[in-house]
Design a protein around this ligand. Structure first.
Ligand code: ATP
Ligand code: MG
Length: 351
């Protein structure tokens, strides 16, 4: 079965023709014993789905095969890098350690790219720009290299000051999105910033008590990166303002379990905004903080959880958990069934 059969069966005229063309092209290569890379297959699918034009396919492939120094990388080298780093992401996420500071961010980069990039765990010493498909080839303005450390320190300090206990889940998600977008815009490393941001963000969200993994990031890595691009790009001449809504949608899927469609083509600066907005809002009307939501989700999965277990899960004292469960009960979001000793918890209205 070919990679593109699905499109040929399901597609309308356009996608079907494109899928057939790709199948033929790849089939022809196969005759010579050449196998397409995962990246090509992925890019071909984007083309078939109408995300990108064939010129953009060519542009993407060109930049994909060029390293930062302009050296051509073989597909094997690329795949090897991506595979090794994926394994390291998994490894890092199995370790239950986290510190909310720039050193941790650096440490993650070092762990992910040691032996792969010479500059693993070191800030860049030159300015960078990167052409983006979603920006018609323009680049985000990245932080100048001279003050990377100070800017990182400042962003962490600001985020540390924010009181999540006084914010609704909506406000909290918006705040985490803004912090993440700011962190990514600094781009302190020559390469590998997006993956470092993803791992850091996962660990940060886990510190709130959310059981998040890398799956959504890996499956939508292009979307995640493009959402960060759009959150940081301004072009006054063309009337394009930074748009954080894509990143918020991603986070809402991740944290609140909503099901927004994450389509790359919507992220293009020329995309028509479809205002039907697929906001399948699930837990956004719950009157609670982000940490309380994490507790509710944990309780939903573990109805027999003791206060001790919950406290351990969110890294708080049992006293804090106790007042939290009382508050959630008062708000009508949590019910204790069958008494204190042999009872269990039931969440109300949690999807
Ligand atoms: N969270 C992730 N998990 C696994 N693979 C990822 C993840 N994010 C990105 N990738 C893969 O890593 C490769 C490089 O991704 P990309 O260039 O977008 O980001 P980066 O190198 O981490 O950051 P940047 O280029 O912005 O400094 C791609 O093959 C991409 O699919
Ligand atoms: Mg990269």
């Amino acid at each position: 079965m070919s990679e593109f059969d699905e499109y040929i069966r399901q597609g309308e005229q356009g996608p079907k023709e494109k899928a057939l063309a790709w199948q033929t092209a790849i089939g022809l290569q196969d005759v010579d014993g050449l196998k397409p890379s995962e990246y090509l297959l992925d890019t071909a699918k984007r083309h078939i789905e109408g995300d990108i034009t064939i010129d953009e396919v060519k542009g993407l492939l060109d930049s994909y095969y060029k390293s930062k120094e302009g050296r051509l990388l073989s597909d094997k080298e690329r795949t090897e890098e991506a595979d090794k780093v994926s394994a390291r992401i998994t490894e890092l996420l199995q370790e239950n350690t986290f510190a909310f500071n720039p050193l941790e961010y650096k440490r993650i980069h070092k762990r992910l790219f040691e032996g792969i990039f010479k500059f693993a765990g070191q800030y860049r010493t030159y300015n960078i720009s990167k052409q983006e498909w979603v920006l018609n080839g323009a680049s985000v303005l990245y932080n100048p290299f001279e003050n990377l450390a100070e800017t990182l320190e400042y962003d962490f300090e600001q985020e540390r000051k924010y009181n999540y206990n006084a914010a609704s889940t909506d406000q909290s998600i918006a705040h985490i999105a803004a912090f993440t977008a700011g962190l990514w815009q600094i781009h302190p490393f020559g390469e590998g910033n997006t993956r470092t941001t993803a791992v850091f963000l996962i660990k940060y969200l886990r510190s709130f008590g959310f059981a998040v993994s890398n799956d959504l990031f890996a499956a939508h890595s292009w979307y995640f990166r493009n959402a960060l691009v759009r959150a940081n790009y301004t072009n006054r001449e063309k009337g394009i303002a930074p748009d954080i809504s894509f990143l918020e949608m991603f986070l809402r899927n991740l944290v609140l379990g909503e099901q927004h469609e994450l389509r790359n083509r919507d992220l293009h600066v020329d995309a028509q905004s479809e205002n039907e907005n697929n906001s399948k809002c699930k837990n956004c009307t719950l009157n609670c903080t982000l940490e309380e939501l994490a507790v509710l989700q944990f309780i939903k999965d573990n109805p027999k959880a003791t206060q001790e277990m919950i406290a351990k899960h969110i890294n708080r004292s049992q006293r804090t958990v106790k007042s939290m469960t009382i508050r959630l009960t008062e708000k009508g979001l949590l019910v204790r069934k069958n008494g204190k000793r042999d009872g269990w918890w039931e969440t109300v209205n949690l999807v």
